[in-house]
Write a protein that binds this ligand. Structure first.
Ligand SMILES: *Cc1c(COP(=O)(O)O)cnc(C)c1O
Length: 497
């Protein structure tokens, strides 16, 4: 399988695309076609565990990788998850399910791919005969950074730096990153918001001068963000896996359609669902849920992307994003894979902050996508009601998705839609990762520090506290540097030495 750039200037193999992270023309790598999953493969996967399902799907995208070895790498990655199931599906009500993607080492869905990416990247270097070490830069709104640091820590031949907005992540996320262990890791806080971080990292990727300086020091640059196709492909697996679990537990029959609601920021998670659909998974609607930073809600309603708006800090910081990188991959598909048009739109986005779809593209998008948003009050109410009704504590991001999902179901009922389709809400983080906000939502009370919050949520819900979060309290903070965007690259250089 080869990959092409959304802006038309480049072609690469899977291993090359993973190592590069982003195409030389600034575009994102996409598969040259979507590999199909046959009925027989669907039947086969019913009897498989998560790593086996992942191996079957991943070799379709990464055919240079040897399947047996890939399976071993996947088994080892997912053995780091709680409870022996990487992506359990929880039935909460008739036709309503939660797909829990937060049982990995850092308690957010980013672990689903970032426990696997180090293997894809290192093997990718080997396949391409690359002798240099790799420097991974990860711009993060909180969860990617920690998951990438943990995934790459102490991997030979790799250094990793996470770059986050100093004021734009939760206290727990900051502590998780600041206390990261490993000899090859570094963390940088930047004054600004996530979009500033992402722009800074993308600039380094686009700069020949930066890349030359790194090469002189023996380093090749790569990315752990969802712009990297090696991040995206492992995320396709859990949509298949959730579907297969619904079939094997007799909740649906093979071929029935299922809707998914996804709390969205950089559009990576929900794009993986779209890829799954293109591979043949019977997906009904994909519901794109945003918080108060609802640029995507407007985009799906009107076909105009307009990032010129105030940036709000919310209690779901991993979704506080105004420039959703992966949308480029969707509009590339909607345009009929028109690279020139995609490049033009991205140019317009960086120059004016906006671009518009053609009416027929908007219409095509509406066949698969629905979008909505929940502000802070709606989200708190939904999290409270949900806990009262089902005893299930949603995290703040999943709370946004649940709120939007409920509005969607209400509208379907009002519109008299006869068909009842099962709906899976993607649960992206453990509630213990955002303890203060979650405790407030469940009780209306504030709690002064994160660890008290964890204790109280535990008393209230009896939900198990992840060891990795409990431990942080006793770990020294190793990384405290705060800098400005223009100084990031010199920090990078002094890190690689
Ligand atoms: C990253 C993240 C999101 C948003 O995912 P995207 O792929 O960026 O759309 C939602 N919830 C949580 C908890 C996250 O960490």
């Amino acid at each position: 399988m080869d990959y092409i750039s959304t802006r038309g200037g480049e072609r690469a193999t899977g291993a090359q695309a993973v190592v590069k992270g982003i195409a030389g023309d600034g575009g994102l790598f996409v598969p040259e076609r979507f590999p199909a999953v046959s009925d027989r493969e669907m039947e086969e996967m019913l009897g498989m565990d998560y790593p086996e399902r992942a191996a079957l799907l991943l070799v379709k995208y990464f055919d240079e990788y040897e399947r047996g070895e890939l399976l071993e790498a996947l088994k080892s990655a997912y053995s780091r998850f709680d409870d022996g199931d990487a992506a359990p599906l929880v039935r909460v009500d008739e036709g309503m399910y939660l797909l829990e993607l937060f049982h990995g080492p850092t308690c957010a869905f980013k672990d689903m791919a970032l426990t696997v990416l180090p293997y894809l990247l290192k093997k990718g270097c080997e396949i391409n005969g690359i002798a240099e070490d790799v420097l991974v830069l990860a711009a993060t709104s909180g969860d990617t950074g920690k998951a990438a640091l943990e995934g790459f820590r102490d991997k030979a031949g790799v250094k990793i730096m996470a770059i986050y907005p100093d004021d734009g992540v939760s206290k727990m996320q900051k502590l998780q990153m600041g206390t990261q262990e490993g000899d090859n890791v570094n963390v940088l806080a930047v004054k600004g918001n996530f979009d500033d971080c992402q722009r800074t990292v993308k600039k380094i990727f686009a700069s020949e001068e930066c890349k030359t300086k790194l090469r002189e020091r023996g380093y090749l640059l790569s990315s752990a963000n969802s712009i990297n196709i090696g991040r995206l492909v492992p995320q396709i697996v859990y949509y298949f896996s959730a579907y297969l679990d619904l079939v094997s537990s007799s909740q649906i029959s093979m071929g029935d359609r299922v809707d998914f609601a996804v709390p969205t920021g950089n559009f990576g998670n929900i794009l993986a669902a779209y890829y799954a659909k293109r591979m043949g998974l019977p997906v009904g609607k994909l519901i794109c849920a945003s918080n108060r930073n609802n640029v995507l809600t407007e985009f799906f309603a009107r076909g105009v992307y307009d990032g010129n708006r105030p940036f709000y800090k919310t209690m779901s910081p991993s979704m506080d994003i105004l420039i959703s990188s992966n949308l480029e991959r969707l509009i590339f598909e909607l345009s009929g894979r028109n690279a020139a048009l995609t490049a033009e739109r991205m140019k317009s986005l960086s120059e004016t902050g906006k671009y518009a779809l053609r009416p027929e593209e908007l219409q095509a998008m509406g066949k698969t996508f629905r979008a909505g948003y929940a502000d802070e009050d709606d989200t708190v109410d939904c999290m409270y009601d949900y806990f009262m009704e089902y005893g299930y504590p949603l995290d703040t991001h999943t709370g946004v998705a649940m709120c939007v999902a409920q509005k969607y179901l209400e509208k379907r009922r009002k519109d008299g839609q006869p068909e009842i389709r099962p709906l899976v809400v993607v649960a992206t983080a453990s509630p213990y990762k955002f303890p203060q906000a979650v405790y407030y939502a469940l009780t209306g009370n504030d709690v002064k520090d994160s660890f008290k919050g964890i204790k109280r949520i535990h008393l209230l819900t009896a939900m198990k506290v992840p060891e990795s979060l409990k431990e942080i309290r006793y770990k020294p903070v190793r990384f405290k540097t705060v800098t400005t965007c223009d100084k990031v690259f010199s920090e990078v250089l002094s890190f690689v030495g």
